[in-house]
Design a protein around this ligand. Structure first.
Ligand code: PBG
Length: 332
């Protein structure tokens, strides 16, 4: 009597067995929906390269947040597009900034939704870089790291004051997590989380976002502060540094081209890991689906499941509402 034939198909034959042994679960609980907020009222301004996504005025963002909450999605991440930009990105941290207005309105109307704010200056600077510029010791113009960090810490405190539950720095300056944590603590906001874009790569997949947020750098690129896509060990060092500085959740971004990084971060640190399924990942799938080249829903679920399987607890994705409709779980 030999060893029985290996017949794995027996386990795949019946959907009920497939359900019983399914290893990875994607739930609406894992999703965060990004929103773009613009000044004005009654504005829904579709983003061409991101079908289904629009810039919203505060009133529309409030409605959208109600719908998101009703679908059972636990959180949103907010990006602001100001009407005025300047060299130091002051719209990001002034009391009257667009995100601050959005936070107050959404918190008042939809108190049971977690509000995360992207903390970065690139949408607010007239040159589109992630912080004020200065000539370095070598005479070259560059983002002034330490001045940027101080402004980000200020922005995080202003957002907390306006109702943010978490600050998510996406600038990749050195030392910003520690500075934001210290500033929040000094403002007695020890309750506000830091969700760090810890391993954020200089990626071509941010293209559609830059259309949505109007944040394309007017010269140069972000390779002097975002990571080289070829590096993996460096991502682990970035994550270790952010955790040491007090990050509560660490993020890998983009998701699909960096699933190996998601897995290594999860295995190495065992902390809550988020992955950002970015604008370009959304756009390419939507475009293929619109052309009838892919089954959009199936491809979406496969992609989101792969990010979970790689080890992400949390998925920031423009698909959050579409996926929630398929997954169920909300009130709607
Ligand atoms: C801001 C920021 C960016 C994204 C999130 N926060 C753009 C960038 O770094 O150029 C990209 C998100 C996406 O592409 O969906 N610094």
């Amino acid at each position: 009597m030999g060893f029985p034939d290996y017949r794995p198909r027996r386990l795949r034959k019946h959907e009920n067995f497939r359900r019983m042994i399914r290893e990875t679960r994607l739930s609406v609980d894992n999703l965060i929906m990004p929103l773009f907020v613009v000044p004005g009222t009654k504005i829904t301004n579709p983003v061409k390269s991101m079908p289904g996504i629009a810039q919203l005025s505060v009133d529309r963002a409030v409605d959208e947040c109600r719908a998101i909450r009703d679908l059972g999605i636990p959180a949103v991440i907010l990006f602001g597009i100001p009407d005025k930009k300047d060299g130091a990105g002051s719209g990001a941290y002034s009391d009257t900034g667009i995100i601050q207005q959005a936070l107050r309105a959404i918190k008042a109307a939809v108190s049971d939704l977690v509000l995360i704010t992207d903390v970065c200056l690139c949408e607010y600077t007239d040159h589109g870089h992630c912080g004020p510029l200065a000539k370095g010791p070598d005479g070259r113009t560059d983002v002034d790291n330490d001045r940027t960090v101080a402004l980000l810490a200020r922005a995080a405190c202003v957002y907390a004051e306006a109702g943010a539950d978490a600050a998510a720095p996406s600038d990749m300056m050195d030392g910003r997590v520690g500075a934001i944590r210290a500033a929040l603590d000094a403002a007695r906001r020890t309750d506000v989380l830091v969700v760090s874009y810890a391993a954020k790569y200089a990626s071509a997949f941010y293209g559609p976002f830059r259309e949505a947020a109007g944040s394309t750098p007017s010269f140069g690129d972000r390779r002097g502060y975002q990571m080289d896509p070829a590096n993996a060990d460096e991502a682990l060092r970035e994550v270790a540094a952010d955790l040491a500085e007090g990050a509560d959740i660490v993020m890998v971004k983009p998701a699909l081209p960096f699933l190996d990084i998601v897995r290594r971060v999860k295995d190495r640190f065992g902390v809550p890991v988020a992955a950002y399924n970015v604008s370009g990942e959304y756009a390419m799938l939507k475009a293929a689906a619109q052309n009838g080249w892919l089954d959009g829903d199936r491809a979406m679920m496969e992609v989101l499941t792969s990010i979970r399987r790689a080890g992400a607890d949390i998925l920031l994705t423009y698909f959050a509402k579409d996926a929630a409709r398929i997954l169920g779980g909300g009130r709607a």
